[in-house]
Design a protein around this ligand. Structure first.
Ligand SMILES: Cc1ncc(COP(=O)(O)O)c(C=O)c1O
Length: 419
């Protein structure tokens, strides 16, 4: 690791990068290798690789107990879990969702020809703004999908009240929120159903994977049927279904990850608090906060970069960090409403989304997880502080034709790097 003393030391201006190896957002956390391999040996010996095997059953029970819900139905990933939950809830027509989310939230609706109606978010929480939700309801609206972004709970109480009063179904995309609470209650038990992601980039992973959790017995039965082609017995299909099953090897990883989950959270929290301490005084930079009274997985270190205060834009900062091998990410750039097919379907959507538009320009996520050390965090913070302190000169030099690194890769390329 190399500390910067002069503007010329920045890698973007020709200096050596601060880190020899790239540091990522969402590098997988891996639990006890030996324990995982024992489980893999065990399942190979059993020759029961998928189709509701013993590890899947055990993992579902452990997750349901941990979250405090009646049912956990594991899936091959959270996108399929969302699609199935949406279908099982009979959502049709229009469903209100935030645009400031990963594209899967919108695609899970559009995939089944349900229109995602993009709603603006609260500037503090980055979650659906209930006042805006109410304005988006039309006679075609059948549901609301809140996203607990960064693991911070949506305004569940107000959304539940709106859903009840307007006779809408309410569910949550809790892809970020495994092991988090809202008002002291574990996320997973709110709305009709909630969906977790256990993708490799999440702090807790099953390689690929996800789950629908619910307290509704009848809904759980329908979701289980839909996950397995609608099979209710050997030769008996009673429902339209798909293949959403989690494999045994994924469940083995999930059980192993559960055993190390406290350790993952402890490291995430340590990194988050250090970032907070070291970046707290930087002008134009604000780090999102996590309430002390809630349980949280601390898997996202999210900054808002205000160009007028920092003297540098979010995109310039990302470009500088990438050159130093700090692969910070512009979540969720450019916003679902600016991606296809939604951009063509709703060319004016941005007019109703001023907060989303601003966040898409300003939000940045920094590397954390068990592969990021305290020393790494200190170095990243020192880099950011150095750039802000010297923003005038850095900017002039970057725009002065001396830039050594090309423009940021487009969004598809960024996903290849990180997912
Ligand atoms: C908010 C949100 N929803 C859904 C998903 C989809 O999850 P998966 O990759 O497990 O399909 C993600 C994944 O990154 C996400 O961030």
């Amino acid at each position: 690791m190399r500390k910067k003393k002069l503007v010329d030391d920045l890698a973007i201006l020709g200096g050596p990068p601060a880190f020899t190896d790239e540091l990522y957002v969402g590098r997988p956390n891996i639990g006890d290798h030996q324990r995982f391999l024992e489980r893999v040996n065990d399942l190979l010996g059993r020759r029961w690789l998928t189709n509701n095997g013993p590890y899947v059953q055990e993992f579902e029970k452990r997750v349901a107990d941990y979250v405090g819900v009646r049912h956990c139905i594991t899936m091959c990933n959270a996108t399929v879990a969302l699609e199935i939950a949406i279908r099982a809830l009979n959502l049709t027509g229009e469903v209100i969702v935030p645009s400031f989310t990963f594209i899967a939230t919108a695609h899970a609706l559009q995939w089944q020809e349900i229109t995602p109606v993009f709603c603006d978010v609260d500037p503090e929480t980055h979650n659906l703004d209930p006042r805006r939700v109410e304005e988006m309801i039309t006679p075609r609206t059948t549901g609301i999908i809140g996203v607990h972004l960064w693991g911070r709970g949506c305004d569940v109480d107000v959304l539940s009240e709106i859903a009840r009063r307007r006779r809408l179904r309410l569910m949550f995309d809790a892809a970020h929120a495994f092991a988090c609470s809202y008002k002291g209650k574990m996320i997973g038990g709110f709305g009709a159903a909630e969906v977790f992601s256990f993708h490799a980039t999440k702090f807790f992973n099953t390689f690929e994977g996800g789950a629908v959790v619910t307290n509704d017995d009848e809904l759980a039965t329908r979701i289980r049927l839909m996950r397995n082609f609608g099979f209710a017995g050997y030769d008996k299909v009673v429902y339209i279904g798909t293949n959403g099953k989690m494999s045994e090897v994924s469940a083995a990883m999930g059980l192993t990850s559960l055993e190390s989950m406290d350790e993952f959270i402890t490291v995430n929290r340590r990194n988050y608090e250090l970032y907070r301490e070291l970046l707290g005084g930087e002008s134009g930079i604000s780090l999102i906060s996590y309430g002390d009274s809630e349980k949280c997985n601390y898997q996202y270190v999210v900054l808002e970069v205000d160009e007028s205060g920092a003297g540098i834009s979010r995109d310039e900062l990302v470009e500088i960090l990438w050159a130093e091998n700090v692969i910070a990410r512009r979540y969720f750039y450019p916003g679902c409403h600016r991606m296809e097919p939604y951009r063509s379907y709703f060319p004016d959507a941005r007019l109703a989304l001023p907060i989303t538009e601003r966040l898409c320009r300003q939000v940045l996520s920094l590397p954390t997880g068990t592969s990021v050390s305290e020393e790494d965090v200190r170095m990243i913070c020192q880099l950011i502080a150095f750039v802000i302190e010297n923003s005038h000169e850095v900017r002039a030099r970057m725009g002065g034709g001396e830039k050594k690194v090309g423009p940021l890769p487009d969004i598809e390329e960024e996903n290849v790097f990180c997912r």
